[in-house]
Design a protein. Structure first.
Length: 305
């Protein structure tokens, strides 16, 4: 039996879903300014070469097989060369369209892409720790699978068969999972927050413990012993990598779990509090209000399902 892990837990909370996919077949000289979107964009270059750049992204040359994840509501440019002046892509392809085909006799570039929406309240869990762009080159084993998943996703949208909504949601989760796996496995200075924590053996183990049993009354001493470090060394390492204290992270994670249950509206507030480690409803209410600005009952009334 597989044990849940922090990456799986967080992706489950984000409720990633694809809202549109698109294809672009083009040749000759071209350059398009693409608007950013709420959530995430993914792009796979299935054939040809291209450049991508923006105010936050230094010019990056893309080759056949490369895969990208773009975060934040930031415009960017896709182009055949850096010398070509870009035009807004909406002038040549309507937002609702799913396919752009060039009038050029030779279409040597083929791009696949899509948008992923995240549950709005929890989206910062991921968006706040991602760089402007995650780039996996064609040789990355995750990129190979992602290209197949995006192709499959395009078929689901086009064919609209029974179960397409569920299939599309699951494919979106898998695309995002493999993009993040590739980002983690590549490592480097782009990793931040809990993503950076997962790349460190000791901090990753501490995160696994807290995620596996969020209701446990974890102390710094317990966590430090469990990962084979002194309390001081563990606390300093956790703060440096995660940019917050261990117990602060635990509280934040508990509140994210509680928020999902409160929005669902099926359990009483006291039971939700106990499920994330609060013996009294008043202590839970105080912690929840500090995180979300509303009491659990008010939050349930205003934002519950």
């Amino acid at each position: 039996m597989l044990i849940s892990d922090p990456l799986s837990d967080i992706l489950a909370l984000l409720d990633a879903r694809t809202v549109v996919t698109n294809r672009m077949e083009i040749g000759g000289d071209w350059a398009f300014t693409c608007q950013g979107v709420r959530g995430l964009k993914f792009v796979a270059l299935s054939r040809g070469n291209a450049w991508i750049y923006s105010d936050e992204i230094a010019p990056l040359f893309l080759q056949s097989g490369d895969v990208l994840l773009l975060s934040g509501n930031r415009p960017y440019v896709l182009a055949s060369s850096l010398e070509t002046r870009p035009i807004d892509i909406s002038t040549v392809i309507p937002e609702a369209a799913d396919h752009l085909s060039s009038s050029s006799e030779i279409t040597d570039t083929y791009l696949l892409g899509g948008r992923v929406l995240l549950e709005e309240t929890r989206a910062p869990l991921l968006l706040d720790v991602l760089p402007a762009i995650v780039h996996l080159d064609a040789t990355d084993q995750n990129a190979v699978l992602i290209r197949w998943l995006i192709e499959r996703l395009g078929h689901e949208f086009k064919e609209a068969r029974a179960g397409a909504a569920l299939a599309s949601a699951q494919l979106a989760q898998l695309i995002l999972l493999h993009l993040l796996r590739g980002h983690l496995e590549r490592g480097g200075g782009d990793l931040r927050g809990w993503l950076s924590g997962l790349s460190d053996e000791h901090i990753a183990r501490a995160l696994e413990l807290m995620h596996r049993d969020a209701a446990h009354d974890w102390t710094l001493d317990q966590l430090a012993r469990s990962v084979g470090m002194s309390r001081t060394a563990f606390t300093l390492r956790f703060r440096k990598i995660m940019e917050m204290a261990p117990i602060a992270y635990l509280t934040q994670w508990r509140m994210q779990l509680a928020e999902r249950e409160i929005r669902d509206g099926r359990k009483p507030v006291g039971a939700i509090g106990r499920s994330v480690g609060y013996a009294s409803e008043s202590a839970f209410t105080t912690a929840f209000r500090r995180q979300f600005g509303l009491s659990p009952k008010r939050y349930m009334k205003e934002r519950g399902s």
